[in-house]
Design a protein around this ligand. Structure first.
Ligand code: ADP
Ligand code: MG
Length: 343
């Protein structure tokens, strides 16, 4: 059974120029109660708007949102069983960490002893035991974000909304916190609705990803589906690096299709094509196999001249160009050395 059910959600905003922008343009989405689901898309695609509407900070023009079978929209923000974590941490600077984390329990009138027990339990869950007496300004950015997380889970919400919570952290800390956050989610067993504009982060963390563009869902799927079977050109170009070729189907059988890319010929395992059809073909940079030009080869494959080879650690990134001018980007293992521009 679905936990969060969003049906036909619309929201527009007036622009300063007197026009209007559709922040949410007919969103339909069902999410399970223990799912890590990510809203992914470029700036302005409606991610924060959707989160704010679920949190109760913003209203819908039309549509419905159910949580656990009952409507959320009639409830004021503070009565909704969801909490939000922001990129900016939003801690109270004048309160110590214990009072920041325990704030929600103090407001609810929870007894001191129980409150203190739960504060230290929440801090322990985010890997920050014993900092109750410190001030936010005495902690690093990563630690402050952990405090914000502890504060958000302390009253046991059914769902956590996270709006680009790791974007302010440097790369190494961010990778570490991605894993911690994912672990925290499975430990709590609640739904995390996570927002990011970073495709790598989305692929790393999510059970499923919602790719948003202009207030609409472009694709909903597992990281594997989104990466290997992008549903549109937008998703293809937004997720990972891609080489897109235009071609024409020469032959199509139930098992494979032969596609002509203007001189070069490739075999695709997509059986739904028909001969003569014009197609776009995606090849990820890491899916090329490299052959030297003087190696014996079949007629299939692409011929390209290497323009630049960049060492990026485990791999070399090759920038090449085909005879028809098309650029090709390929990743190969760095052990495969002796490559020179012009080859
Ligand atoms: P994201 O979080 O994906 O970057 P937002 O949800 O913040 O996108 O914004 C979606 C669109 O709605 C953008 O075009 C933005 O300018 C507009 N928008 C969001 N909030 C408001 C607002 N309060 N007033 C006017 N326009 C808004
Ligand atoms: Mg946003």
């Amino acid at each position: 059974p679905d936990f969060l059910k969003i049906k036909n959600a619309f929201r527009h905003f007036a622009t300063p120029e007197g026009g209007s922008v559709r922040a949410l343009d007919g969103i339909n989405l069902n999410v399970a109660s223990n799912e890590f689901i990510t809203l992914l898309g470029p700036s302005g695609c409606g991610k924060t708007t959707l989160l704010n509407i679920i949190a109760g900070f913003e209203r819908l023009d039309s549509g419905s949102i159910l949580l656990g079978g009952s409507s959320l929209l009639e409830l004021p923000a503070h009565q909704r069983p969801v909490n939000t974590v922001f990129q900016s941490y939003a801690l109270f600077p004048h309160l110590n960490i214990g009072d920041n984390v325990g704030y929600g329990l103090d407001v609810a009138g929870v007894a001191k002893k129980e409150r203190n027990r739960r504060v230290s339990e929440a801090l322990e869950m985010v890997g920050l035991s014993g900092v109750e007496k410190r001030r936010p300004s005495q902690l690093s950015g990563g630690q402050q974000q952990r405090v914000a997380l502890a504060r958000a889970i302390i009253n046991r919400p059914k769902m956590l909304l996270l709006d680009e919570p790791l974007s302010a952290l440097d790369r190494n800390l961010r990778s570490k916190m991605q894993i911690e956050l994912k672990n925290l989610q499975s430990e709590l067993g609640i739904c995390f609705l996570f927002v990011t504009h970073d495709q790598e982060e989305a692929l790393t963390m999510s059970d499923r990803i919602v790719v948003l563009n202009g207030g609409k869902i472009e694709q909903l799927g597992t990281p594997d589906e989104i990466y290997h079977r992008p549903a549109s050109r937008f998703v293809t170009e937004f997720i990972g690096e891609s080489n897109i070729f235009s071609g024409r189907v020469l032959e199509s059988t139930p098992e494979f299709s032969r596609v002509d890319l203007g001189g070069a010929e490739v075999i695709c395992n997509n059986p739904t094509l028909s001969a003569g059809e014009q197609v776009s073909l995606l090849i990820r940079p890491e899916h090329f196999h490299l052959k030297a030009a003087d190696e014996p080869s079949s007629s299939r494959g692409l011929t390209a001249v290497l323009e630049q080879s960049v060492f990026i650690g485990r791999d070399h990134q090759l920038h090449c160009r085909m005879g028809n001018g098309q650029e090709v980007s390929a990743l190969i293992r760095s052990s495969f050395k002796a490559l020179q521009a012009g080859q």
